[in-house]
Design a protein. Structure first.
Length: 396
C-alpha cells in the first residue's frame, strides 16, 4: 500500500493545504451550556465547544448534578452554574446555547426553551430527535424565533469528507454511483447503531449526494424479518428500535445509490467498521467517520482480491485546533469549533449553517425511513408523510 503525505498529494494534484476553511464572525456572544450528568452528559465535546473562541464568553453552565456541573464550569472557565436550565436561560439571556446531552428525550424541551429565551444560535448533540414530530417542533421553534440551529455532525468539518468530495469533483473515481456505509456493528448492532451512529453516516451521504428520494430497507432479528414483538425501547431514551441486522438502500439524484448496513457482529465490531466507501465508475474512496485525516483510494470500480499494493493511503492536512483542546478530548474539539464558528457566521450573514438543523432533521428522517420501509414491506418515497415513529404501529 502506498502512503502519500500532504506535500506528495500536492505533487499529485492536491493543494497540500487544509481542505476545511474556518468561517469568520465579528460579533461578541454570551454563551451558556446545558448538560445533564448521568442522563446524557455532554456528548462528543459539545459541552466545551465554545471554550476559548474569540468573542465568545461562556457565562454559565446548567446541570442538575453538582459534581458534573462544576467539572464543566472548570473546563470552560465559567463563573456561574445552575441546577435548572430554565432559570439559567431566564437570568443569563444568552446569545448562544450548547445542548449537550446524548439522551434524546431531553432534546426537544431544551432546544425549544433555548429558542424561546431570545438566543440567536443553538449548537446541539446529534441525533436531533427521536421522531419527526419532535424534529418538526424543534425546527418550528427555531424558525419562529429567528434562531440558527447547528447539529454536531463533526464530519462536515473534518478534512477527509471535503478532500474526498474534491477528488470526486475532479473525476478521480469517475462518476459517483454508489455509497456504502457501515455502522460500528458492536453490541449496539443494527437498531441502536443506526440511531446513535447511523445519523453521522446518513448525513455524510447527503453531504456527497444531496437529498435522498426513496428508501428500501430490510430489518432482521436472528436471521428472520423483524416483527412487532421485536420492537424495544432504545438505550439513552432514544425512542423505538428493532432488529440485530439492518440493510437499507437510499436513492439519490444523478443515479447515486446509498447503502447502510449494521449487524450484531460476532467479532464484537468496533471503530474499524465505522466507515463509508464512495464507489465510482473508475475507482473507489474509503474514509472513516472518526477523528483523523486518512482517506484511501483504490484505482478500480470494484475491489479485486489478490492484487497487492493497489490501495493508496492519502493524508490531507489535519484540521488545526482553533483553541487548545480540553483535558479528556477524544478528537472532536477542533471540528466542534469549526462548526460553531460557522454557526456564528451564519447568524451574522443570515444563512443556514453548514451542519444545519435541517440537515439533522433529514438524517432523522432517513433513520425512520428504514423502519417505515420495513413495516410497509417495500420501497417508500422521501420525504416521509408519516410524522410519528413508524414502529409505533407495531406496539400493542
Amino acid at each position: 500500500m502506498t502512503v502519500l503525505s500532504a506535500s506528495e498529494l500536492g505533487a499529485r494534484g492536491g493543494t497540500g493545504k487544509p481542505e476545511v476553511s474556518v468561517a469568520s464572525y465579528r460579533g461578541t456572544y454570551r454563551a451558556v451550556v446545558i448538560g445533564h450528568t448521568g442522563r446524557g452528559n455532554y456528548g462528543h465535546g459539545v459541552g466545551t465547544a465554545f471554550a476559548g473562541l474569540p468573542g465568545v464568553a461562556v457565562v454559565a453552565v446548567a446541570d442538575p448534578d453538582e459534581t458534573g456541573r462544576r467539572k464543566v464550569m472548570e473546563q470552560n472557565g465559567t463563573p456561574r452554574g445552575y441546577a435548572d436550565y430554565h432559570e439559567m436561560l431566564s437570568r443569563e439571556k444568552p446569545d448562544l446555547v450548547a445542548v449537550g446531552p446524548r439522551w434524546l428525550d431531553q432534546h426537544e424541551a431544551m432546544m425549544v426553551a433555548a429558542a424561546e429565551s431570545g438566543a440567536k444560535a443553538i449548537y446541539c448533540e446529534k441525533p436531533l430527535a427521536r421522531s419527526l414530530e419532535e424534529a418538526d417542533r424543534i425546527l418550528a421553534a427555531c424558525e419562529v424565533n429567528g434562531v440558527k440551529l447547528a447539529v454536531s455532525h463533526q464530519d462536515r468539518a473534518a478534512p477527509p469528507p471535503h478532500f474526498a468530495r474534491r477528488l470526486i469533483g475532479e473525476g478521480r473515481i469517475g462518476r459517483l454511483r454508489m455509497m456504502r456505509a457501515y455502522g460500528k456493528q458492536d453490541k449496539r448492532g443494527a437498531g441502536q447503531d443506526l440511531l446513535i451512529l447511523g445519523t453521522r453516516l446518513l448525513d455524510l451521504m447527503r453531504f456527497f449526494a444531496g437529498d435522498a428520494r426513496w428508501c428500501h430497507a430490510r430489518v432482521m432479528q436472528e436471521g428472520r424479518d423483524a416483527r412487532p414483538g421485536d420492537v424495544l425501547p432504545a438505550a439513552e431514551e432514544g425512542g423505538w428500535i428493532a432488529g440485530d441486522d439492518i440493510v437499507a438502500q437510499f436513492g439519490f439524484d444523478g443515479g447515486v445509490t446509498g447503502t447502510y448496513e449494521s449487524a450484531l457482529s460476532s467479532d464484537g465490531g468496533g471503530t474499524p467498521y465505522f466507515r463509508m466507501e464512495l464507489c465510482g465508475t473508475a475507482g473507489m474512496l474509503a474514509l472513516w467517520s472518526i477523528p483523523g485525516p486518512d482517506v484511501y483510494f483504490y484505482p478500480r470500480p470494484y475491489f479485486v482480491p489478490g492484487i497487492p499494493g493497489e490501495w493508496e493511503l492519502l493524508r490531507p492536512p489535519p484540521l488545526p485546533d482553533l483553541t487548545p483542546p480540553p483535558a479528556g478530548d477524544i478528537g472532536f474539539h477542533a471540528a466542534n469549533q469549526v462548526l460553531v464558528s460557522d454557526l456564528l457566521a451564519a447568524v451574522e450573514e443570515d444563512r443556514e449553517p453548514v451542519s444545519s438543523g435541517r440537515d439533522g432533521h433529514a438524517a432523522v428522517e432517513m433513520i425512520l425511513a428504514v423502519y417505515a420501509s420495513h413495516v410497509q414491506g417495500g420501497r417508500i418515497p422521501l420525504p416521509l408523510t408519516q410524522r410519528s415513529h413508524p414502529l409505533e404501529s407495531w406496539i400493542v
